[in-house]
Design a protein around this ligand. Structure first.
Ligand code: PLP
Length: 423
């Protein structure tokens, strides 16, 4: 039954029952955290073997001594594993240091300072810079564009990708729109997976800017919550066929495969883009951490080793996603006041509450010891115009805590919805 169908008396009774239950929570001294998409200690334990790799005496990758400077593009041994997972040739992937976010930051900074291989001038010399941001999206993407003074334009993200009619219309008309953020597989935070038609339209679309770029952030490319792994489109091939060989900058990392913050990141793109990128990085570093790259190559063995490892992650986190969904269904299912995504991979659930109540729901949860990402954080400038979305990250806490925390979130969302309906 929809909350709005309840007679006023029933609604008031429901509100006071929920409020009484909510008040009891304050005494429980909860301290639960669903804010950031971090792996749990149990997940990190899956990669404990990395800590003794490559191991004393194991420092040669082919003829390369990984202890020394050099090798800006990274070790072919590891690049070939990731290349297979991305479905591209080894030469089209480079391995870097610990964070794909750093690669994305560099890609934009280099473009602003120097321009891309297709730019007429450095982006800083353009009269205006704009960027498309599918929403809800990843807050740290938006922080990069914001920090560089690039104006962000939200476009709606659906279950199969961004609203492509809107994207095509905007990029065709405005040469100051230089790019778009995309998380094509198990998007943060909705879990959306771009379908073939969307990918093909992104590769083919005509853009007013000759140096338009798609940041193709494949952070969750192998992070399945089912038995299956998603198909990974060869975006460079599609874009090259359409005459846009340099359009995609694809990144990923092992942050949520091995150790968050101590993994290896990767960039896959056209040769022209990789040469351009390495030309600039060779000024700021004499080479990436190849010891860690060799450790990862030894740890995985091959692409199948990565997939097998990800299925072990799945065993740990899939029950948490199931528990989260079950708790939300229990609390909210019967009132038609909220929707939530049921992702088949990735790290997040996107909870949509009654318009105008996301901030209040987060506040209520915080008061009783459940920390959530601030409402609006999945939007450019932190502004969700409908105050509707809450990003939930169930991977870090133990299962029992996920159940409790999600129950509290459901209670708070329902209480906020009741109060909004009574107001
Ligand atoms: N991209 C997305 C979509 C993410 O959700 C995250 C982490 O939450 C990252 C990138 C960060 O990746 P890295 O640790 O490689 O910088």
């Amino acid at each position: 039954m929809a909350l709005s169908d309840l007679p006023a008396d029933d609604l008031a009774r429901l509100e006071s029952r929920l409020a009484a239950e909510y008040d009891t929570l304050a005494d429980k001294g909860l301290a639960l955290d669903l804010t950031r998409g971090k792996p749990s200690p149990e997940q990190l334990d899956l990669s404990e073997g990395l800590l003794s790799l490559p191991g004393e005496g194991d420092h040669l990758a082919g003829k390369t001594d990984v202890r020394n400077y050099g090798g800006g593009a990274g070790l072919p041994e590891l690049r070939s594993i990731i290349a297979e997972l991305l479905g591209v040739e080894t030469g089209r992937v480079i391995a870097q240091d610990n964070a794909s976010l750093s690669i994305m930051y560099d890609l934009l900074v280099f473009s602003v300072l120097f321009g891309t291989p297709d730019s007429q001038r450095p982006w800083k010399d353009e009269p205006a810079l704009r960027w498309l941001c599918p929403v809800p999206g990843y807050d740290r993407h938006f922080s990069i564009t914001q920090a560089l003074g690039i104006e962000m334009i939200p476009v709606p993200l659906g279950p199969t990708g961004p609203d492509m009619d809107e994207v095509e219309r905007l990029v065709a008309a405005d040469p100051s729109i230089k790019g778009i953020w995309c998380v094509p597989i198990f998007a943060n935070p909705t879990g959306a997976v771009y379908d073939d038609h969307t990918v093909s339209r992104l590769a083919r679309m005509a853009t007013a800017a000759p140096d338009f770029r798609v940041v193709w952030d494949n952070a969750y490319v192998v992070h399945t919550l089912t038995e299956d792994f998603p198909k990974v489109p060869d975006v460079d091939a599609l874009a090259a066929e359409a005459g846009h060989p340099n359009r995609f900058w694809q990144v990923c990392s092992t942050s949520k495969i091995t150790f968050a913050g101590a993994g290896v990141s990767f960039l896959s793109s056209s040769s022209a883009n990789l040469d351009w990128y390495l030309g600039h990085t060779s000024v700021r570093t004499i080479g990436p951490n190849k010891v860690n790259q060799l450790a990862h190559a030894r740890f995985f063995g091959d692409a199948e080793g990565v997939r097998a490892h990800m299925l072990r992650h799945r065993e740990v986190i899939a029950p948490k996603f199931e528990a989260a969904t079950a708790a939300l269904t229990r609390r909210l299912g019967e009132y038609d006041v909220a929707r939530w995504t049921r992702p088949e991979g990735g790290y997040f659930i996107d909870l949509e509450v009654v318009d105008g109540t996301a901030t209040e729901t987060v506040r209520l949860a915080k008061e009783v010891g459940v920390a959530l990402t601030p409402a609006g954080s999945a939007y450019p400038y932190g502004q969700d115009p409908d105050d509707r979305h809450i990003r939930l990250a169930p991977t870090l806490p133990p299962l029992a805590e996920v159940e409790t925390a999600m129950d509290v979130v459901g209670l708070c969302a329902l209480l906020a919805a009741c109060r909004a309906a009574l107001a």
